[in-house]
Design a protein around this ligand. Structure first.
Ligand code: FNR
Length: 342
């Protein structure tokens, strides 16, 4: 199947499928603080992602490019990123490496936002040379490498050979001049995967958990022979963050993504150890369904919700949220116990 058609199908089916909302974060509760001793206006949304200083912990996660129709989506996302100081990733640039005529659907992002923080994107099958080229294409500040084994396996035309990925990632991480972010696309990551990535020299991990855009369901909808028994594959975003919390001894920073819906989900993710949150499906729906003004207003609301949580918890910075007490209930608590997480 033509890559451009596939890219557009992903956008359409992601919009139709929506998000399940079961990212696990509803099982996390903050312990309230009636004497937070801070002022709302003094809360700061800046956050540090390895060497990158972000004005907001909300990142527009990698989605698209590679089809002419996706240029408009990337352009709108880039305007939002610029106006609200959000870091932004593009979708896999492999299409532009294969067909340079498609580069414009990605480079539009840099044109709209010359000084913004932008992430390039490729799959783990990429070579060091390809990684350098996609970073150069966007003058990117970091490279996202996506891991999506289950998605590929459910795709009729998908990859079947996943050998050598860790070595490829290590080679890219040690040869690029910008940080490498390894991300899942909604199936989550275990502590073992995260530890392997850290040992390979990766400094930023986006846990990309289940609970939002569901690529098992999306590929099953596209397939003539769907394998629907895999629709609920993976670890949720909350489970993945708890797994990440078990990995120590490395200088890793985390992005939480997968079904992040609002500022309270962001606050909970930061409290569970993330330095930023990635949102993909929510931004796709925004730019496809709302006016630019309404999109900007929604981002303001998400920031407001996060500040409300920070103020109520006495956390003046994103980093301070990591110290606030929380409890784990329901299914997540049962699962955490089985995984030996206290
Ligand atoms: C994606 N995602 C994605 N990720 C990636 O690293 N490279 C890519 O090319 C794409 N393509 C893509 C297309 C579309 C239409 C969507 C909605 C998403 C995955 C995305 O970055 C994210 O990991 C998942 O969507 C889960 O986050 P949300 O959507 O639940 O916030």
């Amino acid at each position: 199947m033509d890559r451009s058609i596939r890219k557009w199908e992903h956008v359409q089916i992601a919009l139709q499928t929506g998000q399940s909302g079961k990212n696990g974060l509803d099982d996390i509760s903050f312990v309230p603080n009636s004497l937070p001793n801070i002022s709302y206006v003094n809360t700061k949304l800046t956050t540090q992602l390895d060497v990158l200083e972000l004005a907001s912990p909300i990142i527009i996660n990698g989605m698209t490019g590679g089809a002419v129709k996706t240029t408009t989506i990337n352009q709108k996302l880039a305007i939002l990123a610029k106006e609200k100081g959000l870091a932004m990733a593009v979708g896999s640039q492999m299409a532009a490496l294969r067909d340079p005529a498609l580069a414009d659907s990605y480079t539009v992002v840099r044109r709209e936002n010359p000084d913004g923080i932008i992430f390039a994107n490729l799959g783990a099958e990429a070579s060091v040379d390809q990684a350098r080229r996609v970073v150069d294409m966007l003058e990117a500040n970091a490279l996202q490498i996506h891991l999506n084994v289950m998605q590929e396996l459910l795709m009729t035309e998908g990859d079947r050979d996943f050998s050598g990925y860790l070595e490829q990632i290590a080679a890219i991480a040690s040869n690029l001049s910008v940080p490498v972010i390894v991300k899942e696309v909604g199936f989550g990551m275990s502590r073992q995967t995260i530890r392997q990535l850290a040992e390979a020299g990766v400094s930023i991990v986006d846990v990309g958990g289940a609970g939002g855009t569901n690529f098992a369901r999306i590929e099953n909808k596209r397939s003539a022979k769907p394998l629907n028994m895999f629709d609920n594959w993976g670890l949720t975003t909350a489970q993945s963050l708890l797994e990440a919390g078990e990995v120590d001894g490395f200088r890793l920073t985390y992005i939480a993504s997968g079904g992040i819906r609002h500022g309270l989900d962001a606050a909970k993710s930061l409290a569970l150890g993330a330095s930023a949150v990635g949102m993909a499906g929510a931004f796709l729906r925004l730019v496809q369904e709302e006016s630019l003004e309404d999109c900007l207003r929604t981002i303001d609301e998400w920031h407001h919700q996060l500040r409300v949580a920070m103020t109520a918890l006495g956390a003046a910075t994103c980093a301070e949220l990591r110290k606030v007490p929380l409890t784990i209930a329901g299914e997540l608590a049962v699962w955490a116990k089985q995984r030996g997480i206290a």
